[in-house]
Design a protein around this ligand. Structure first.
Ligand code: FES
Length: 100
């Protein structure tokens, strides 16, 4: 689910890195926003609000809290601006987030 060819934009080669989401192994590009890698994998729900309401991308520039995920046990990570790194353990944030 990525744009690979574009009439005026170039996509230089990027290094692929492995990471997990909810324990599922995925591949993304080093340095791209975590949310971009998740979108490319077809994952749209990034967090659940209290009461179970799902949330995904909203502003995509780090100004809201819609895309919060838990990264390596750290809650409230804005996945739309956090660069993807090799070996990250990412999970959906449920509620307001607690340290794990
Ligand atoms: S989508 Fe708004 S902070 Fe990430």
């Amino acid at each position: 689910m990525r744009i690979k060819d574009h009439p005026i934009l170039d996509f230089p080669p990027r290094r692929e890195v492995a990471f997990t989401f909810e324990g599922r192994e995925l591949i993304g590009y080093e340095g791209e926003p975590i949310a971009a890698a998740l979108q490319a994998a077809g994952i749209r729900v990034l967090r659940e609000m209290p009461g179970g309401r799902p949330r995904g991308f909203f502003c995509a520039i780090g100004n809201c809290s819609s895309c919060y995920v838990v990264v390596d046990g750290r809650p409230n990570v804005r996945s739309c601006i956090e660069p993807l790194r090799e070996g990250m353990r990412v999970s959906r944030q449920i509620g307001h987030g607690e340290l794990r």
